[in-house]
Design a protein around this ligand. Sequence first.
Ligand SMILES: C[S@@+](CC[C@H](N)C(=O)[O-])C[C@H]1O[C@@H](n2cnc3c(N)ncnc32)[C@H](O)[C@@H]1O
Length: 508
Amino acid sequence: MVANRDTPKPQCVSGPAVIGQDGACNRRHTSGVQPLLEGPAPGPHKSGVIAAPAQTGRGHDDNVCRELSLRIRDFGERVSEDEAGIRSLLSRLDAVAINNLRYQLFAPYYDRHMLGHELAISNLLGQLVSLQSAAYPDALIGDSILEMTCGTGSVIDHVCRLLPPSRLTNLRITANDWSEDMKAIAREKLRNYPCQFTYASEDLGELSFKRGTFNTVFLSQTLHLIIDSDVQRQERESNYMFIDENRHLTEKLKVLRNAWWTLKERGVMVIIDEWPALLSDRGGPLGPGFAYLFNDGLRPADLRMVQDSIMSQLPSARYICQLKVPIDRHHHMYLIAYRKEHYEQGRLPETPGAASLREAAFQAVMHAFSSMDEHLRIGMNPRGGERPYVDFLPIATPVVASTLADIPTAAASCDCVVLRQCMHNQGKTERFNMISASMNALSVGGALVFIDEWLPPVGSPHPLRQTDIGSVYMGPFFRNLVSAGAVRVPIYEGFENSMYGYQFRKVI
Ligand SMILES: C[S@@+](CC[C@H](N)C(=O)[O-])C[C@H]1O[C@@H](n2cnc3c(N)ncnc32)[C@H](O)[C@@H]1O
């Protein structure tokens, strides 16, 4: 969550200022600081001597410096006094009491304040539903759903709006959350949907739902709030000098593991969260005091570490996708999804049918990207929003290239280049040349898409690690590109091989 940093605040012209909850500028004690900026603008002196114009004299700068240093010291003293008081009270409450206080205070403002986050989440879920229709006929969002922290019910609301109305009567949705204040808003928001709702108040770390209950589990905007209370105690005792977010990773994985057990076989876990997770010291609509209450338990973890840990520590976790759209100029919302799926640790058998399975998987990835395209383009650049990118072009007429000769030589002549299942057949120089030629051929806003297979076919002449596409070959082009989503489609259910699509957009 990021506070709305850019909301204009009233300018204070004298005395140390505090921005009140209503956004008004209140004065606190002045501790003898003389207002420098108050009073009439410099003008002719009574004696008729013209005052020196502001900014020119050295003495004038000294005054500004003196006032600034006094104000900073005064501000610092007051802040540390307030901070010490709030922290000492905080240390007397347990995690559930702190959480519920936070959301008791925040609930009335939550939906309005988080509108940018909600738009991003709705867009990502739209992409997920498109991916489901294009490439996962057995559904990524099944009939039995758990929202681990339903909050004000927004994620469930988006899901119900995005699925065909005919599915809603079959949905059994468990909306869990510690905070009764947040759930009260959720109940009101969701009451007209014909789904079957159950509300629960379980602690994420101790979920008691039966194993294998749900088709789909959502954990949204909460991963960055999951903390290890022993580590936090140490952080508080050190006056927060030793905060290292990754020390909370074990606790986050414990929560994800609990969620994983509640999934049925082939169930899907969807994690939605913002990176970086931020709350400015303004504290949003509730002011700086709330920032202390909130930041005390804000511990975002490194996205790559989270993903690697999921793949290595959750049994049978198979990657589905990583999608992202900007929330505002400060950060992105991500959606990552995994399916619980037992498979052989082995390669697709090289049977005569393998070629057609590969072709079908390739077409499914292409279809997924084109189905998701409209959502993606709106999410990245909604009109009138403060989003950072150039307009993305529709990927209507992709150039599908397997060799360098397939890529147009005219600069900025196409909207989309798809490098099809060729990276494993190319040496390093050829790979680089193909990417470079594609970048030249693409117009700004166009898409560079890799569709390739991991594990590669047996006998592939130039095996390529999946991560090398990004870290080695794309390196020279990163200033010109942003990543815009990745999806996986199984080639043959039950085996390790899958077709992966990675989409980048040219932004310079
Ligand atoms: C930022 S809100 C997100 C709400 C919702 N998932 C969404 O994306 O709109 C975080 C929610 O997590 C809940 N929460 C945090 N820690 C929890 C825990 N350990 N057990 C249950 N709920 C928790 C809070 O009460 C709060 O409603």
